[in-house]
Design a protein around this ligand. Structure first.
Ligand code: GUN
Ligand code: ZN
Length: 436
């Protein structure tokens, strides 16, 4: 028998999409999570499990235990450019982002940022993420090394962009060579996985997109991670460059980049035909509502995607996104849905931020639902973290409390973050300057 320990507290998870599985919400007001060597071996009401695990040391947890958040789309090199003023996507990239990404040619800079970035994820309750680094091979090594040290579940891969600006571009050959080397070095190590990452259609030549498709076909365990139909001017530029493609998704499709391992960020401007193809291929969309509002891109159309059964997860898209908090991002998703007169249920928002994103990243067997057999990555949420939240949540139902935390909450609500049954962040133990 390995190292057994148990956690007693209020436990909530949403392991399936409540839209299709109304009983997906799993809740224990007084629950027990039993963990052996980082893996959940039992989960249920304390009253039901206590006798069976009477010898196991129990850690009482004050707060609501939910699965660790899974950020399905985020750029670590952009964290210091968050809140950059004044532009929509294409000008924002040129003015604010590309200069910042050029600095990642320096490995020491990449190491420094990877460290702060992952610590910031943990502080916000995010335990897994699909991450954009930069075009530089060393930016991937820096991120994976830091993630390995923290035992975090991170997927990433060198950005492919042979049509990028000077100082931020590769070639078809260097991209292929470096991607192969990185896959050999990192894929499957610890909790890491690889994602072939063409930035978007506009920054790769046809030859590079074709090379990315060949890499994807050659490596059955890697993901494909890119951007899709985020901004109107971007969409017009894609249509102008690829006149023979039937739509933006078809550009990727023609190069073999659309399949069940594909994760597309945004999807603000999708047609029914694109949704049909996404659903049929099993590809997913990482919905990034705070980014879409910040860059004036628009509001994700949940109703349209749901009509077609498109797989969805949730992402912050830092640095276009305005918060690392996946709680806050759930609240933003609610507001994006409402802008189109659609309702996003708080339990479904939690699903998108956990098991939904896990499905997108092909890690739903490992994390996202606090299910028996999964890794014990969880977050402890404090519904009394601020005076206002405490007032709003007093006497409130579970759904009301969850919704209030999504609308009013952020890192202040995250009391603890646990990785594989080990505490990786504790707000009470943190230096005073980091407290909310
Ligand atoms: N499209 C291409 N690159 C980017 C990026 O860095 N951020 C966002 N939001 N969209 C992109
Ligand atoms: Zn992005």
């Amino acid at each position: 028998m390995g190292n057994l320990r148990a956690f007693r507290g209020e436990v909530l998870s949403v392991g399936d999409d409540p839209l299709h599985a109304p009983d997906a919400v799993a809740y224990h007001a007084d629950g027990l999570l039993v963990v052996e060597d980082g893996i959940i071996v039992a989960r249920g009401d304390h009253a039901r499990l206590a006798a069976r695990f009477a010898d196991v040391p129990v850690t009482p947890i004050a707060g609501l235990i939910v699965p660790g958040f899974i950020d399905a789309h985020v750029h670590y090199p952009q964290m210091d450019r968050i809140a950059s003023h004044g532009e929509q996507l294409l000008d924002w990239l040129e003015r604010h982002i590309f200069p910042a990404e050029k600095a990642f040619a320096d490995r020491a800079h990449a190491d420094a940022l990877a460290t702060v970035f992952l610590d910031e994820l943990l502080r916000h309750g995010t335990t897994s993420a699909l991450v954009f680094p930069t075009v530089h091979e060393g930016s991937v090594d820096a991120l994976f090394e830091a993630a390995l040290a923290r035992k975090m579940r991170v997927a990433s891969g060198k950005v492919l962009m042979d049509l990028g600006p000077d100082g931020l571009k590769d070639t078809v050959e260097s991209a292929r060579h470096e991607t192969e080397a990185l896959i050999a070095r990192w894929a499957g190590r610890g909790r890491l996985s690889y994602a072939i990452t063409p930035r978007f259609a506009l920054t790769s030549s046809d030859a590079q997109l074709a090379m990315a498709g060949a890499l994807l076909a050659a490596h059955p365990d890697v993901l494909l991670h890119t951007h899709l139909a985020e901004n109107r001017r971007e969409c017009a530029a894609v249509a102008a460059r690829f006149p023979h493609a039937s739509d933006y998704l078809d550009v990727y499709d023609r190069f073999g980049l659309v399949g069940e391992r594909s994760v597309f960020a945004h999807g603000i401007h999708l047609s029914d035909a694109m949704c049909t193809r996404l659903a049929q291929s099993g590809a997913g969309i990482a919905v990034c509502p705070s980014s879409n509002l910040f860059l004036g891109s628009g509001f994700f159309h949940f109703g349209q995607a749901d009509r077609h059964g498109v797989k969805l997860g949730l992402g912050t898209d830092i640095g276009a996104g305005t918060s690392f908090s996946m709680l806050y991002t759930q609240g933003q998703a609610y507001q994006a849905a409402l802008a189109r007169e659609e309702r996003l249920d708080p339990f479904r928002a939690l699903y998108l931020a956990t098991a939904g994103s896990a499905r997108l990243l092909h890690i739903a067997d490992k994390v996202g639902a606090l299910a028996v057999g999964q890794e014990a990555d969880f977050v402890v949420l404090d519904a009394a973290a601020t005076p206002l939240l405490a007032r709003r949540c007093a006497g409130a139902s579970l759904a009301e409390r969850l919704f209030a935390m999504q609308i009013l909450g952020d890192d202040r609500v995250v009391a603890q973050t646990w990785i594989m049954g080990e505490c990786a962040w504790d707000k009470r133990a943190a230096p005073a300057r980091q407290e909310g």
